[in-house]
Design a protein around this ligand. Structure first.
Ligand code: PEP
Length: 252
């Protein structure tokens, strides 16, 4: 049985106080009230707060992830953050390929592949996002788009490297729009992604890679989505920023 995973992507939100008090309150509620969620929980705050977030969550089951890394090891890249820097403060996971990075920072598959390789070199787990646009889905191209994104990035990895991945299916038209994919649409795509993993890496590996859904998950729709056979949890943006909603989602 694959473990369910819920990831909070806070994007460029929350300052020091908001980040630390959310995490402290979250841990207090989960541990003191012994909320039984049976899921792997990961929070991805902004770069400046990764260190303190990691310290606060030391010794708990909460994991902290970064939202990005640079594709180079080090050097004259003003304003950038490297995989080794994250590793040096104890961060073990990173989100790559988010549609906002692809759209606003022009990250193409070739750059994403470099980011994947450097993340793997430093032993980071990768939460890799793929997704189609509204136009691509309207033209019924979603399957070829997802296959192409995976082929040019994740599928360049060996059977050993792929074990470090979580794959997040995030239809772009559903991110931050309040329009969720139906659970049938999401399950169909997840089943397709799993079949691609099976073809490339075989049954044992394809059965253990978590495939998460992302795109306007909330405390009402999470249950139906998470109930699907190939949906192993969610990558949550907006609804992860309200403690009550986030707790309900992880209990779904
Ligand atoms: C996201 O940004 O990864 C995301 C899924 O956002 P939202 O939940 O707001 O759609």
């Amino acid at each position: 049985m694959r473990k369910k995973v819920v990831i909070a992507n806070w994007k460029m939100n929350y300052d020091f106080h908001e980040t630390t008090s959310f995490i402290r309150n979250f841990l207090k509620i989960v541990f003191e009230k012994k909320i039984n969620h049976n899921k792997e929980i990961i929070i991805a705050p902004s770069f400046p707060f990764l260190h303190i977030s990691n310290q606060i969550s030391q010794g708990t089951t909460l994991n902290i992830a970064a939202q990005n890394i640079h594709q180079k090891e080090k050097g004259p890249y003003t304003g950038e953050v490297s995989a080794s820097m994250l590793k040096s403060i104890g961060v073990q996971k990173v989100i790559l390929g988010h549609s906002e990075r692809r759209e606003f920072f022009f990250e193409k598959n070739n750059v994403l592949l470099k980011k994947i390789k450097i993340a793997l070199k430093y032993g980071l787990n990768i939460i890799f996002c793929v997704g189609e646009s509204y136009l691509e889905r309207s033209n019924d191209q979603q399957f070829e788009i997802i296959k192409d994104q995976l082929k040019k990035t994740v599928f360049d990895c060996s059977s050993d490297e792929i074990k470090s991945f979580y794959i997040a299916y995030e239809p772009i038209w559903a991110i931050g729009t309040g329009k969720t994919a139906t659970f049938e649409q999401a399950q169909t795509m997840h089943e397709f992604i799993r079949s691609l993993l099976l073809e490339k890496y075989g049954e044992r590996i394809s059965n253990r890679i978590p495939i998460l859904y992302g795109g306007s998950i909330n405390d009402f729709n999470a249950k139906d989505l998470f109930y699907q056979k190939d949906i192993d949890g969610g990558l949550v943006g907006t609804s992860s920023m309200e403690l009550k909603k986030f707790l309900k989602i992880i209990q779904s």
